[in-house]
Ligand binder design. Structure first.
Ligand code: FES
Length: 574
């Protein structure tokens, strides 16, 4: 490749540019490459395969197909490793490592002699981490996802991670099924490699990648073990080479209009509440601020159209067979910015015009016959959440959306684990469970512990839902009347730290309010008597960096120093 691209990019500093290139070529020729090969456009491919990440278990096949696509288009592919994160193999929580993975991805893209990058992610935090890193690195980047797992079957009923994991576990806790049956369920919930097969965070981020235009059209939904997924990988490799010549850098694709489109899709697919945190973090890398109050306004005019668990009844493979994201975009068309550019070099509108024709199906509903009449979540404010909180209204119980109750407070996850199932715990079905110290700083890492289990003694009485409030997150696969992301978090002086068992709390989703019914004077007195926790003298390394640098949920939980210094654009526009 002529000019300064390809292998001439980012030469190691030896003080002699020609020697640096000479040395680099000498080493890579040790792997058997010719000058002809090395003169091609170079496409890097992130290899996030790991024995601890079954959601990425098809990585070898995908990398092979991407490489085939790159070579068909005249480029030279190289895969390189980055951190891989799986939800169930990340202590203390995967979110704690998301920013680390974004830094790893960004710095690898900067360090290696590549002209474009194919980002292969899938499990919840990997796609946002990769898009954050690639947005900051600024080279042409295209997202590929591993795709969703196959469904399993239990006693003739289709099952899949992880909405059904939580449903069956709830039945087990309630004594409705025994230990033999829950063990049998455990064998069948995850039927293959690939990501969770409901509209959890992985599926949400895949759909948002396509809506942002940073993924090929049709790329979000093909199952991990399908021919469609392998073909998508090949096409992605081909497109990466084309993007180099067209200079299709993230700055041209991840625009304010693209983020508005993605927010619209997030609301319409019944997407994970984590999606708003991740979109905020990616946007922050581009100097774009997500305005939660305007997102709430958008939610009131954007119905949930996709009938997938946990808001509906189908699975990701059903959405793929129903046409993927195209029918959703078609229904939303009047509300989308159709001029937004995509990785194909064409606009979203042009891609929609070229999409396969619509056909009859029952997974994506018409705009005027939605699964839920409003967007998937609402933004709450009040004296308990001055910086905002989120509720996934499409997966909540209608009879609990307007509710006042007595607070039952757990000081942290450990306290909850020790007391929740105590038969002596004074708790009733109309109480409100409060869990604090699970925010970005407090836990740290803002774990998905906001899905507070129903106390066992109530579960055994048939109670399936209660209002729950925390400064943590919950899995996108979970459902219930659960208030999340309370900001500021309790560890950073948020009012959640002041709640006491027995206080009254009022939730009104209609009024978008979350109120602690305690006088300002009493709250001021409680705040004055609180002692500041002393800093941990042994804190060091990444944990120290994390606790000192992580931003609150309303700013995407990114590190402040990773955000773009430009923060002058706000979306959605009023
Ligand atoms: Fe990886 Fe659900 S655990 S997508």
């Amino acid at each position: 490749m002529s000019g300064s691209g390809g292998f001439k990019r980012g030469l190691t500093s030896y003080g002699d540019v020609e020697f640096s290139l000479f040395l680099r070529k000498a080493f890579i020729k040790g792997a058997g490459y010719t000058d002809d090969a090395l003169d091609r456009p170079i496409v890097g491919i992130t290899n996030t395969g790991s024995g601890f990440n079954p959601c990425h278990g098809n990585m070898p096949q995908l990398i092979e197909a991407v490489k085939r696509g790159v070579m068909l288009a005249g480029g030279l592919p190289f895969d390189f490793p980055t951190i891989s994160i799986h939800e169930s193999f990340a202590f203390p929580t995967s979110m704690y490592q998301r920013n680390l993975m974004s830094m790893d991805t960004e710095e690898q893209i900067r360090a290696l002699p590549i002209d474009a990058v194919v980002l292969i992610g899938g499990c919840d935090k990997t796609v946002p981490a990769q898009l954050m890193g690639a947005a900051s690195a600024g080279l042409p980047a295209i997202q590929l996802v591993t795709g969703s797992m196959l469904n399993g079957s239990h006693h003739g009923t289709r099952v899949g991670a992880c909405t059904d994991c939580r449903r069956y576990w709830g039945s087990y806790r309630a004594g409705e099924i025994d230990s033999d049956e829950i063990a049998a369920v455990n064998d069948n919930l995850v039927a293959s490699v690939g990501t969770c097969c409901v509209m959890g965070t992985a599926s949400t981020m895949a759909c948002l990648g396509e809506a942002l235009g940073i993924m090929l059209p049709g790329g979000a939904t093909a199952p991990a073990v399908s021919a469609d997924r392998i073909r998508m990988a090949e096409q992605t490799g081909k497109q990466a080479v084309t993007m180099i010549a067209q200079h299709l850098v993230p700055e041209r694709i991840l625009t304010p209009d693209a983020f508005e489109n993605a927010l619209r899709v997030l609301l319409a697919i019944g997407g994970s509440t984590n999606g708003i945190i991740h979109l905020t973090a990616i946007a922050g890398r581009m100097g774009i601020r997500i305005d939660l109050d305007q997102v709430d306004r958008m939610s009131q005019e954007t119905p949930v159209l996709v009938d997938l668990k946990p808001s509906g009844s189908h699975y990701m493979s059903d959405l793929h067979h129903a046409g993927g994201l195209a029918p959703v975009l078609r229904e939303l068309r009047p509300l989308l910015h159709l001029d937004a550019l995509t990785v194909t070099g064409r606009t979203l509108g042009e891609e929609l015009d070229a999409a396969p024709p619509a056909f009859s199906q029952d997974v994506v509903r018409p705009f005027d016959h939605p699964v839920y009449p409003l967007g998937s979540f609402a933004v709450l404010r009040g004296n308990l959440a001055p910086g905002g909180a989120i509720i996934k209204q499409s997966a909540a119980s209608a009879d609990l959306m307007e509710h006042e109750g007595r607070a039952i407070v757990f000081d942290n996850a450990q306290d909850m684990a020790e007391r929740l199932d105590d038969p002596g715990l004074d708790v009733r079905a109309d109480d409100i469970l409060v869990l604090r110290q699970i925010g970005p700083v407090g836990a740290p890492g803002m774990p998905e512990a906001g899905y507070i289990p129903i106390p066992r003694k109530l579960a055994r009485q048939g109670v399936h839902d209660m209002v729950r409030v925390s400064d943590g997150r919950m899995s996108g696969t979970a459902a219930g009347t659960i208030v999340l992301h309370v900001t500021p978090e309790s560890a950073c002086g948020g009012p959640l730290a002041l709640v006491r068992t027995g206080d009254r709390i009022r939730l009104s989703v209609h009024d978008r309010s979350l109120s602690l019914l305690v006088s300002d004077a009493e709250l001021a007195s409680r705040a004055a008597s609180r002692s500041e926790p002393s800093p941990d003298p042994d804190q060091r390394g990444y944990r120290k960096l994390y606790v000192e640098s992580v931003l609150q949920a309303d700013q995407g939980c990114d590190f402040g120093f990773l955000q773009s210094p430009r923060r002058d654009v706000s979306v959605p526009k009023p």
